[in-house]
Design a protein around this ligand. Structure first.
Ligand code: SF4
Length: 716
C-alpha cells in the first residue's frame, strides 16, 4: 500500500483489473474511504503501468443506483421481491436444495459461475458442490470463452496452461494473431506488441487472421481475411508450405514430439491452392504467411474467441500447436502458442477445477486417482466425488429446460444475455423450481428470473487472488466497504455451506485461509502454487506459476526443457481436418453472422454500460456488412435492418464497410433484451458446440438481412 499525497487522493492502493484476462495492475486512489480514481500500476509486471479506458472508469461503476443492497425473495418469477435478512434467504435456499436433493438426487442442483469470481470463491463453490453436495454441476461462463483452449493444450501438450509470458512479446520477431481482435479486446497486450513492432519495424512482422479488417488487422503487416470458420484449412495450408520449403525443425520434431507422420498425411491434403478455395483467400497470402512464420527466429501466436467459439474449437487450437511444434517455436524465449483469456480470472477458475469436468490442480473428475487425492484432502470418502462429469454450461441450461436440474444458483454472471439462443435460455430459467442469483447489481437480464437475490460485493469491496493469461497471480485487496448488506461471494458460499451442515469443512473466516488451503492442494500438479501465499503476494508482488516453494521466484516459461506434460514427455501432433461451421449459409439465410465485442464495452455491460464516456463510441448495437452484400440486399449505410436467424431476430442499424468480408456480417453481443428486445445478438446465435470442449459456436450462424427503414434524412 502506498501512502502519498496526490491532489485529492488520500492514498493509492495496489489492485488488479476486474475486466479482462490481460490482468493489468491498478493503483486505486482512495478519498474519504471510497475509490475515486484508477491508474496503472507501474510495478505490475504484466502491464507495466498501462491500462485501458474501461479500468479508468471503474469508480463510476461502484456506487450506482442499481446496486443490489439486500437479500430479496419472491414466491414466483413474476411476483414482487421482498427484502429479507441474510439468514432467511440462505435458510430458504438450503431448505429447497435439501428437498430437491432428497427427491431427485444431487444432480438436480447446479451452480453457474464466472471468470470474474476470485480464485478463493471459485474454490469454495467447487468444494461445496463436488465434495459435499455430491453434484459436479458447477460450470461457468469460461465454457463460452476458454474451454476449447483448455482441451487444446491438454491434447497437444499434455496439460492446460499457456506456455509463454508477456515478456516474450518483447523478444519475438513474428506475431500470428488469429481469431483475436487484441487491439480492442486485449488493448494493453496489443500495445506491447505494437511497441515491439515499432522498435524494429523491418524485422518484426505481424500476421492477422480475421474475416474483419479490425484495428488489429489494420496494424498488421499481413491481413488474411479468411472466410469465417476456415482457420484449420489455413493453418494446415501454412504447414504444407513450411514442410515443402524445409522450414520445419526436424530435430525438434524427432526428439520432442510424436505423431508427425500421421499428421503429415493429413497436411498433404492442404496445398495452398486447395486451402485458397476453402478459406476464400488468395493462395499467395497463405504462402506469404507461412514464409513469415517459418523464417522467424522467435514466433508467438495469440488467439481468443475467434478460434475457441467454434464447433471445431479444440481442433483449431491443436492446429495452432501443430504449427509451433513443427517449427520448434515453443519453450524458448520469444516463442510459443499463447491463448488470451477473456475474463480476469478465467485462468484461476481453470486452476481450481472451475468447470464441470475438472477438479482443483488441473485434475480430472473422470480420473479415479485424482478423485481420491482430492477427496482425501477434503476429508471425505473417495466415493464422495462422483466420477460422472457434471453438465457443461449449455448442457446445463438444457437440463434445466428438460426438468433434470431443478435448482440453479447463478453467481457473478449474466447468462440470460451472454449465452447463445436467448429464447431458449429464458425458457430454461422459467422452468426451474429455484433460481438463485448472486450479483452486485439488480436488475440485470438474469436477475429478472430469480426467486432469490443475494447481494454480492464487487471489485475493491473484497479481497482475493486472480490469475491472468500469463499464469500470473495477483493479490487484490479490499479497499472500501461494500454497500448495504452485500458480502463477498466466498462468504456467502461459506455461510450457505454451514447452513447445509458442513461447518467443519468450511471454517473460513478470511479468503486468505481459503487460498492457503487451495495452494496446498495444487502441490505437485502442473499449476503448482504451493509456494505462493498472501504474505508473498503482498510483499513481493504478482507471481507466475508453477511456484512450488516459498523461495521459488515463479516460472516465466513452461516447457523450457522441452519435456511436455504427457506421460512420455513428448508433445502430440494432432491431425485435424477442416470442417464447416454447424450452420452454413443457404438461399434462405445467405450470410454468416459473427459476433464479438466493441472496444469500450465489457460483456453484458452491467458495469461499462453505466459509464457515459465509454458508451459514446458505440451507443447502440450495429451490423457491419460488406458493400457487395448490402447492394445485393438493397441496403444502404445507416439503414435499419431486421437480422433473422432460425432462432430469432434483431433490429439494428447497418454500417456498410469494406472492413468485413463479403458473405459475412458482424454484430456486437453486449446488448441484451433489457436494452430493447431486438437489440440482442444472442436472439440469433446458435447453441451448437464443440463435442470435446462443449464450447458454443458463437462466431458463426446463418442469417438473412432485410431493410425495414431508411436512415431518417437530416437526422445525423
Ligand atoms: S486491458 Fe484488460 S485488464 Fe488491462 S485495463 Fe483494460 S480491461 Fe483491464
Amino acid at each position: 500500500m502506498r501512502r502519498e499525497a496526490n491532489g485529492n487522493i488520500d492514498r493509492w492502493v495496489k489492485s488488479y483489473c476486474p475486466y479482462c484476462g490481460v490482468g493489468c495492475g491498478l493503483l486505486a486512489g482512495v478519498k474519504d474511504g471510497a475509490v475515486v480514481k484508477v491508474k496503472g500500476d507501474p510495478d505490475h509486471p504484466s502491464s507495466l503501468g498501462d491500462i485501458c479506458a474501461k479500468a479508468v472508469y471503474l469508480p463510476e461503476t461502484l456506487r450506482t443506483q442499481d446496486r443490489l443492497l439486500h437479500p430479496q425473495m419472491r414466491r414466483c418469477q413474476d411476483g414482487p421481491f421482498t427484502q429479507v435478512p441474510w439468514e432467511t434467504a440462505l435458510r430458504a435456499v438450503a431448505r429447497k436444495f435439501r428437498e430437491i436433493i432428497s427427491e431427485y438426487g444431487p444432480e438436480a442442483v447446479a451452480f453457474y459461475g464466472s471468470g470474474q469470481l476470485t480464485t478463493e470463491e471459485y474454490y469454495v463453490a467447487n468444494k461445496l458442490a463436488k465434495g459435499f453436495l455430491g453434484t459436479n454441476n458447477f460450470d461457468t461462463n469460461s465454457r463460452l470463452c476458454m474451454a476449447s483452449a483448455v482441451a487444446g493444450y491438454k491434447r497437444s501438450l499434455g496439460s492446460d496452461g499457456p506456455p509463454a509470458s508477456y515478456t516474450d512479446i518483447d523478444l519475438a520477431d513474428c506475431f500470428l494473431l488469429i481469431g483475436t481482435n487484441a487491439a480492442e479486446c486485449h488493448p494493453v497486450t496489443f500495445k506491447r506488441i505494437k511497441q515491439r513492432k515499432m522498435q524494429d519495424p523491418e524485422r518484426v512482422r505481424i500476421i492477422a487472421v480475421d474475416p474483419r479488417r479490425t484495428e488489429t488487422a489494420d496494424f498488421a503487416d499481413l491481413h488474411l481475411p479468411i472466410r469465417p470458420g476456415t482457420d484449420i484449412a489455413l493453418l494446415n495450408g501454412m504447414l504444407y508450405v513450411l514442410v515443402k520449403e524445409g522450414l520445419v525443425d526436424r530435430d525438434f520434431i524427432a526428439q520432442h514430439t510424436k505423431g508427425f507422420s500421421e499428421f503429415m498425411a493429413v497436411v498433404e491434403k492442404y496445398p495452398p491452392e486447395g486451402a485458397e478455395k476453402i478459406c476464400a483467400l488468395p493462395e499467395c497470402l497463405i504462402v506469404e504467411a507461412a514464409m513469415i512464420f517459418g523464417k522467424a527466429k522467435k514466433a508467438l501466436s495469440f488467439w481468443s474467441m475467434g478460434v475457441n467459439q467454434s464447433t471445431v474449437g479444440v481442433y483449431k487450437n491443436n492446429a495452432i500447436h501443430n504449427l509451433h511444434l513443427a517449427t520448434g517455436q515453443i519453450g524458448r524465449p520469444g516463442c510459443g502458442p499463447f491463448s488470451l483469456t477473456g475474463q480476469p480470472n478465467a485462468m484461476g477458475g481453470r486452476e481450481v477445477g472451475g468447470m464441470a469436468h475438472l477438479l482443483p490442480g488441473y485434475r480430472d473428475i473422470t480420473n479415479s486417482f485424482h478423485r481420491e487425492e482430492v477427496a482425501r484432502f477434503w476429508g471425505i470418502p473417495a466415493e464422495g466425488i462422483s466420477p460422472k462429469p457434471g453438465y457443461s454450461a449449455l448442457d446445463l441450461f438444457e437440463a434445466v429446460a428438460g426438468g433434470k436440474v431443478k435448482a440453479l444458483w447463478i453467481l457473478c454472471t449474466n447468462p440470460a444475455i451472454s449465452v447463445p439462443d436467448a429464447d431458449f435460455i429464458e425458457k430454461a430459467l422459467r422452468r426451474a423450481d429455484l433460481v438463485v442469483v448472486q450479483d452486485a447489481y439488480h436488475p440485470t437480464g438474469t436477475t429478472q428470473f430469480a426467486h432469490i437475490l443475494l447481494p454480492a460485493a464487487q471489485w475493491s469491496e473484497k479481497e482475493g487472488v486472480m490469475t491472468n493469461s500469463e499464469r500470473r497471480l495477483t493479490y487484490m485487496p479490499e479497499i472500501a466497504e461494500a454497500p448495504g448488506e452485500a458480502l463477498p461471494d466466498w462468504k456467502i458460499l461459506t455461510l450457505f455451506a454451514r447452513e447445509m451442515g458442513f461447518q467443519e469443512a468450511f471454517p473460513y473466516e478470511s479468503s486468505e485461509e481459503i487460498f492457503a488451503e487451495l495452494a496446498q492442494l495444487t502441490q505437485g500438479t502442473p499449476c503448482d502454487y504451493s509456494g505462493v501465499s498472501y504474505e508473498r503476494l503482498k510483499k513481493e508482488g504478482p507471481l507466475q506459476w508453477p511456484c512450488p516453494a516459498p523461495d521459488h521466484r515463479g516460472t516465466v516459461r513452461l516447457y523450457s526443457d522441452f519435456r511436455f506434460s504427457t506421460p512420455d514427455g513428448r508433445a502430440n501432433f494432432i491431425a485435424v481436418e477442416h470442417q464447416e461451421p454447424f450452420e452454413v449459409p443457404n438461399q434462405d439465410y445467405p450470410l454468416v453472422l459473427t459476433t464479438g465485442r466493441v472496444k469500450h464495452q465489457w460483456h453484458t455491460m452491467t458495469r461499462t454500460g453505466k459509464v457515459q464516456s465509454l458508451s459514446k463510441s458505440s451507443p447502440d448495437p450495429f451490423l457491419q456488412m460488406n458493400p457487395a452484400d448490402a447492394k445485393q440486399h438493397g441496403i444502404r449505410d445507416a439503414d435499419f435492418v431486421e437480422v433473422m436467424s432460425r432462432r430469432g431476430k434483431a433490429v439494428v442499424q447497418v454500417r456498410v464497410t469494406e472492413e468485413i468480408k463479403p458473405g459475412a456480417c458482424f454484430m456486437p453481443f453486449h446488448w441484451g433484451r433489457q436494452f430493447g428486445f431486438y437489440k440482442a445478438a444472442n436472439n440469433l446465435t446458435i447453441s451448437a458446440r464443440d463435442p470435446v470442449s462443449r464450447q458454443p459456436e458463437l462466431k458463426a450462424c446463418a442469417v438473412r438481412v432485410k431493410r425495414i427503414m431508411d436512415f431518417p434524412q437530416g437526422d445525423t
